[in-house]
Design a protein around this ligand. Structure first.
Ligand SMILES: NC(=O)c1ccc[n+]([C@@H]2O[C@H](COP(=O)([O-])OP(=O)(O)OC[C@H]3O[C@@H](n4cnc5c(N)ncnc54)[C@H](OP(=O)(O)O)[C@@H]3O)[C@@H](O)[C@H]2O)c1
Length: 244
């Protein structure tokens, strides 16, 4: 919660048209927040807005690609000062490859979205006192698996970025959520038709006995946004995946 709760909380979610970002938008609308969801596809944003529940809050969409600095400048000029910015944007297309077939261009694009994009957001976002940035890394950095080395490197780098920004931008806060396997549309890209089988296998391996839901991540993000004493922290929301 920001210090002045007489005005609605203003939150930007880059990646808010799908998966975890969309779940967070839904939760925030229920609390009366003013939410801006951003992503590359206008159609996907419009579809997302239609799926959001009616609530006391308001939602609007802005088309923006996190890898383009001009898009981010425009986005943050349009929304003005906000309380929190959350980033879930990533395009996994081609990013999961054995190192023998590593495609440098795909690797660069993945890093652009996962690491450079959040740095540019930190540069351009106008955060109100008490505000925060929340990034999304992932289990690949902490429980490495074959075929995910570049994804692991980007997620690890994102945590280091957050630690450094927490120092540089304080008293504004900067944190990271590191999800385990969460059932979102990204899995259609990562696993295609093998998704259900792979999820069942992982669920059997995890201490909690199930794959994560987008709402599991949204709840963790709300904690990081609203607890004024958490900064420079990676919150693992992975069902115990790091222990398996
Ligand atoms: N799901 C998992 O199991 C899992 C596990 C570990 C980590 N993660 C991480 O969690 C985050 C959220 O994943 P998710 O599962 O919620 O994915 P998702 O359902 O595919 O949603 C990704 C969102 O990011 C947007 N996006 C992608 N590239 C973008 C760009 N360059 N600029 C702006 N927006 C962009 C997408 O919209 P457009 O395509 O229209 O731009 C979409 O709204 C990602 O960083 C992912 O790497 C996911």
């Amino acid at each position: 919660m920001t210090e002045n709760m007489t005005t609605p909380e203003r939150v930007v979610i880059i990646g808010g048209s799908s998966g975890m970002g969309l779940a967070l938008a839904a939760a925030l609308v229920g609390t009366g927040a003013e939410v801006t969801i951003a992503g590359r596809s206008a159609a996907r944003l419009a579809d997302a807005e239609r799926t959001l529940p009616e609530g006391p809050g308001k939602v609007r969409s802005v088309v923006a690609d996190i890898t383009r600095e001009t898009d981010l400048e425009q986005l943050f000029t349009e929304v003005g000062q906000v309380d929190h910015v959350v980033i879930t944007a990533a395009d996994a297309n081609g990013a999961y490859q054995p190192i023998g077939s590593f495609d440098a261009e795909i690797g660069r694009n993945f890093f652009e979205a996962k690491v450079i994009g959040p740095a540019l957001v930190a540069k351009h976002a106008q955060l109100a006192p008490g505000g925060s940035l929340t990034f999304t890394s992932g289990i690949a950095a902490y429980r490495p698996a074959a075929g995910a080395s570049v994804v692991a490197a980007a997620n690890g780098a994102l945590a280091s970025l957050a630690y450094a920004l927490a120092v540089e931008l304080g008293p504004l806060r900067v944190n990271v959520v590191s999800p385990g396997w969460i059932d979102t549309p990204i899995w259609d890209t990562i696993a295609g038709p093998a998704k259900t089988e792979r999820h069942q296998q992982m669920a059997a391996r995890l201490p909690v006995g199930r794959i994560g839901r987008p709402d599991d991540i949204a709840r963790a993000m709300l904690t990081l946004m609203h607890n004024p004493y958490i900064t420079g922290t990676v919150l693992h929301v992975d069902g115990g995946h790091r222990l398996t």
